[in-house]
Design a protein around this ligand. Sequence first.
Ligand SMILES: NC(=O)c1ccc[n+]([C@@H]2O[C@H](COP(=O)([O-])OP(=O)(O)OC[C@H]3O[C@@H](n4cnc5c(N)ncnc54)[C@H](O)[C@@H]3O)[C@@H](O)[C@H]2O)c1
Length: 364
Amino acid sequence: MILVVGGAGYIGSVLVRELLERGYAVKVFDRLYYGDQGIRDVAERIKLQPGDVRTMDSSVLDGVDAVINLSGLSNDPTAEYNPKANYEMNTQATEFLAGLCKKKGIRRFLFASSCSIYDVGIGNDEKDIVLDEESPVNPKAAYSNSKYQAERRLLSMSGSDFSPVILRKGTIYGFSPRMRYDLVVNTFLKDALSKGHLTIHYGGEMWRPLVDVRDAARAYITCLEADEHKVKGEIFNVVYGNFRISELALRVVDALKEVDVKVEIRPDYRYHGVRSYRVSGKKLERTLDFTPAVSVEEAVKDMVENIARYRYSDFDNPRYYNIAWLKLLEEADRIIKVTGSVFDAASPAGFQPIVMRKSQGADR
Ligand SMILES: NC(=O)c1ccc[n+]([C@@H]2O[C@H](COP(=O)([O-])OP(=O)(O)OC[C@H]3O[C@@H](n4cnc5c(N)ncnc54)[C@H](O)[C@@H]3O)[C@@H](O)[C@H]2O)c1
């Protein structure tokens, strides 16, 4: 059985289906921050255990043969919003989970890292080269640094009884039953469909490595099934291609033309703290004969179809934007701690009904 931690998320919802299609038994352990919508229609075919990876009981690993860890805060804005939670979830919990696996004799451990580790920023021509797994990196942002620290801890645990594998994925695009519109291609598409235009920030000159969500899922399965000596303690970039954001916008517009959606491109030259990096995915091809296959254009057309089919055109729903959603949950959490419930009349602990004494004029 394969345990997918964070399996109800954007990538997890696609990966879980791919695993089921290949005949794997699947267990999902997830805090369900974004609900269970992404895995609801396969709920009968998987074991779902809600919970937080930081406090996961080792019994969750009973009967598990391999673990894929996709959990944690999954972008810059959420990591910067709560760096403590980010470090706990992305770095410490990954090490904790790996330790539990090691004790249980679960050897294969795949970790969801990110190409944002390679970010060199804009305006540094010397560093504007294609980087690979051997390139020195020095991630400073809370998110990329937490991923890098987790990588280092995992790699130091690699040995005769434990095989960690690191997948540094480019920014993902494509449809998932748990949709995200806060990823660049998906944002372009959402803007195109909802506003009729998409916006290129900072002239669009920054580079991004990208990959489709189904390709990312297949990359995980390739690493899961590979001979141990080829993957143990290895880092693999998972990248379909590197694109300047301006080119990406043109590709999205062209793909949409084919499905009769007309879109205008608007520039916004204000500085937005943009990331820029180019990354090679050749090692995965060389070592495991795996090449991502789904182009941006194909993914865009597929998203248009699936958004209609799954009715994910409520583009303003904060659920599709991790930072907006987590802030909303936090706010709701604060209110519910006082009120106890949204509609039930039950009095929560700590909620003191105001009883006025007669002398205070309660009967007047
Ligand atoms: N989406 C991308 O472009 C991208 C690119 C590179 C790397 N990654 C990494 O891949 C992984 C999956 O990304 P995603 O886009 O599916 O993100 P996501 O936010 O959609 O999914 C993350 C899932 O993990 C769960 N989770 C979060 N914290 C948890 C905790 N403490 N305990 C248990 N479950 C928890 C959430 O409920 C959610 O279902 C993340 O680790 C992310 O950093 C994503």
